[in-house]
Design a protein around this ligand. Structure first.
Ligand SMILES: C[S@@+](CC[C@H](N)C(=O)[O-])C[C@H]1O[C@@H](n2cnc3c(N)ncnc32)[C@H](O)[C@@H]1O
Length: 226
C-alpha cells in the first residue's frame, strides 16, 4: 500500500476460524449488532438505490435484514443473491427471507467472497455492510476485484464499513489496540474505504461520513465505468 498510515492492520486467522466464529455468533448477532448498525445499513441501502427489476448481490449478509430491503427494492421482476461464509448465518437468513414471503426471489449460498461463484457482469448492484473490514489486508482488493468482475458496466457497489480517516481519533486507536490484542473477539478494524474502492477501479460516486459509538463509519458507492 502506498499510504502506510492508512494501511489497515492484518487479520491473521484461517477462514475456518472466521466461519466457526460467525457460526457461534449467529444466534446472538441481532442483539449484539443492534439498532446503530441497522441505521447505517439502511443509509447504505438508500445510497445504493436498487431499482425495480435489478439484480443485486449482498456479500456477508449475516442474519439477512438487508436482503429483505434489497428484495423489496428489486421487486418481482428483480432478483437478489447473497453469499456468506457461515452456514448458520445462511440458515438464519434463509428463514428470515422465507418468513417474509420472499424466498422465490432470493438465492443464498454459503461460500467465501474471495471467489464469487457467479459469472462476469451478472449484477446491477452489490452491497456489503460491516464485512469488508473483516478481511485480511491482502484479501480486501481481491474481494473488491471480485465485486467489480460480477458487476455489469455501470453497476454500483455500496460499502458500509468502519472507516479509517486521518487523523485517527482516540476511540479508533483504542479500538485498533483491542483488535490487535483480542483479534478473535474484535475481528474487524477501520479501513480507508474510499481509497480502497478507488484503487480497485471504481469511480466513487458518493461518500457519506457517519459514526457509531464514536467510531467513524463511511458509506461509499463506487461505479464500475467499463
Ligand atoms: C459483521 S457481520 C455483518 C453482517 C451483516 N452484513 C450486517 O450488517 O448485519 C459479517 C458477516 O460476514 C460474513 N463473512 C465473514 N468472512 C466472510 C467471507 N470470507 N466470505 C463471505 N462472508 C464472510 C460473516 O459470516 C458475517 O455474517
Amino acid at each position: 500500500m502506498s499510504e502506510p498510515r492508512l494501511s489497515p492492520s492484518r487479520v491473521l486467522r484461517p477462514r475456518e476460524d472466521a466461519r466457526s466464529s460467525y457460526n457461534r455468533l449467529a444466534r446472538w448477532y441481532d442483539l449484539l449488532a443492534g439498532a446503530s448498525e441497522a441505521r447505517l445499513c439502511a443509509a447504505g441501502l438508500e445510497a445504493l438505490a436498487v431499482r425495480e427489476g435489478e439484480s443485486a448481490l449482498e456479500i456477508g449478509f449475516g442474519t439477512g435484514h438487508a436482503l429483505l430491503d434489497l428484495a423489496r427494492a428489486a421487486g418481482t421482476e428483480g432478483r437478489v443473491f447473497g453469499i456468506d461464509i457461515s452456514d448458520r448465518m445462511v440458515a438464519r437468513a434463509r428463514a428470515r427471507v422465507a418468513d417474509a414471503g420472499l424466498a422465490g426471489c432470493v438465492e443464498l449460498v454459503q461460500g467465501d467472497a474471495v471467489s464469487l461463484p457467479w459469472p462476469d457482469a451478472r449484477f446491477d448492484a452489490a452491497f456489503m455492510a460491516f464485512t469488508l473490514e473483516l478481511f485480511d489486508t491482502p484479501d480486501i482488493p481481491v474481494v473488491l476485484a471480485e465485486c467489480r468482475r460480477v458487476l455489469k458496466p455501470g453497476g454500483r457497489l455500496g460499502v458500509v464499513a468502519m472507516a479509517r480517516r486521518r487523523p485517527g481519533s482516540l476511540m479508533v486507536r483504542l479500538y485498533e489496540w483491542a483488535h490487535r490484542r483480542f483479534p478473535a473477539a474484535v475481528d474487524c478494524r477501520p479501513i480507508p474505504i474510499r481509497a480502497l474502492v478507488e484503487r480497485s477501479g471504481f469511480v466513487v460516486g458518493r461518500v457519506e461520513e457517519s459514526s457509531t459509538w464514536g467510531l467513524p463509519v463511511d458509506i461509499v458507492v463506487g461505479i464500475k465505468m467499463v
